[in-house]
Design a protein. Structure first.
Length: 89
């Protein structure tokens, strides 16, 4: 069922695109595994050995990872593919 000015199936396409974007983002964030860095690639501070043991492929210290997670959460709430029609409701 089409709604507003949207063509048939457009709403489901938006939902599918949003889910696909989230899956792609999660896959990009997965650690490649193997040996991680000994120093943070953002600030250069040493990464504790225990963190490197627990998170294979770690690249950020705790503080930088927290900042990256917060930035991701702030941007994750927006459906950037939504049409103007759906935003007006």
């Amino acid at each position: 069922m089409a709604s507003g000015w949207a063509r048939e199936g457009a709403v489901q396409e938006q939902i599918d695109d949003t889910v696909n974007d989230a899956v792609a983002r999660a896959r990009r964030e997965l650690a490649p595994g193997g040996v991680g860095l000994t120093h943070c690639e953002e600030c250069g501070e040493p990464i504790p050995e225990r963190r490197r043991e627990l998170i294979p492929g770690v690249r950020l210290c705790v503080a930088c990872q927290a900042e990256a997670d917060e930035a991701e959460r702030a941007a994750a709430g927006f459906n950037r593919r939504a049409s103007k029609d759906s935003q007006l409701r």
